[in-house]
Design a protein around this ligand. Structure first.
Ligand SMILES: Nc1ncnc2c1ncn2[C@@H]1O[C@H](COP(=O)(O)OP(=O)(O)O)[C@@H](O)[C@H]1O
Ligand SMILES: CC(C)(COP(=O)(O)O)[C@@H](O)C(=O)NCCC(=O)O
Ligand SMILES: [K+]
Length: 254
């Protein structure tokens, strides 16, 4: 079995692949202060509950946008699984040319998403990932990574509003019944939800205008399923796009 690990700024997502099939996935909070031993215990409990042993894992691949945790998870892999993990970054073959001023600067998760999306659709693509930040990535017809955009995520936008305005409460991110809201909670939901749908569709439309290839638009990440139904540009949601990309990159480097 292959263990794939995607370290985001909010969550670490783990997946177990048996051949091409994702047989189990878990989501745990990202905590920059947790040690390899603490994550080791957490993973051990999750594995045990699922009836999977650490010794069933034959290889590990990690993608991380939290540098302090990359080393922690490498250490955990070595100490608890006796495996030297693949880490997406310099030295890893992706099979995708990266057109970024400094290719090392692009978040590993963005590259992994781009590879998964292109492998699946073999066409020009825009990938929207609703994480801590919302990322937009453009892959052209030839399968080259062309760059994209980074916007503040839904949750952190909401947090900023709540933290900076004394009279505004913390509210659930949800679609309110009306855009002309009649109370504070619904007004905030209207601004955040419909504002965000506008942000997403606006960026995607502009990217389409610049790219001129009629790319397919796909979405992933924690809050994709909330925004996608209202968006006029997102065509499908793929919850496990990043995990799938890790499996593909592993195969290319094995
Ligand atoms: N299934 C879910 N339902 C609702 N909110 C979620 C879900 N998964 C993640 N979130 C929230 O969405 C935000 C982004 O999460 P995630 O996609 O895991 O981000 P990252 O990749 O940056 O770690 C976080 O604030 C998280 O709490
Ligand atoms: C943009 C990101 C913060 C998104 O991370 P996430 O929201 O998934 O936690 C991450 O991909 C990152 O740190 N990127 C490096 C900068 C760049 O891609 O140009
Ligand atoms: K992510």
């Amino acid at each position: 079995m292959l263990l794939v690990i995607d370290v985001g700024n909010s969550n670490i997502v783990l997946g177990i692949y048996h051949e091409e099939r994702l047989v189990k996935d878990w989501r745990v909070s990202t905590d920059k202060f947790k040690t390899a031993d603490e994550y080791g215990i957490l993973f051990h409990d999750l594995f045990r509950l699922a009836g999977i042993g650490f010794s069933d894992v034959k290889d590990i691949i990690i993608s991380s946008v939290v540098p302090t945790l990359t080393g922690v998870l490498e250490k955990l892999s070595r100490q608890y699984f006796e495996i030297t993990p693949y880490v997406v970054g310099p030295g890893i073959k992706t099979g995708m040319p990266i057109h970024y001023d400094n290719p090392k600067e692009v978040g590993a998760d963005r590259i992994v998403n781009a590879i998964a999306g292109y492998e699946k659709y073999k066409t020009a693509l825009i990938i929207v990932d609703f994480g801590t930040a919302t990322t937009f990535d453009y892959v052209n017809k030839k399968g080259e990574y062309c760059g994209g955009a980074i916007a503040p995520g839904l949750m952190i936008s909401m947090e900023a509003l709540f933290q900076k305005a004394s009279k505004l409460p913390r509210v659930e991110i949800a679609r309110p019944a009306s855009i002309i809201a009649k109370n504070t909670v619904n007004s905030m939901q209207a601004g955040i939800f419909f504002g965000y749908v506008g942000l997403v569709d606006g960026i995607v439309q502009r990217m389409k205008g610049e790219g001129k290839e009629s790319p397919k638009v796909i979405a992933t990440g924690g809050l994709a399923s909330l925004i996608a139904p209202e968006s006029t540009t997102i065509e499908s949601v793929d919850e496990f796009l990043t995990l799938e990309g890790l499996r593909i990159i592993y195969r290319r480097n094995k």
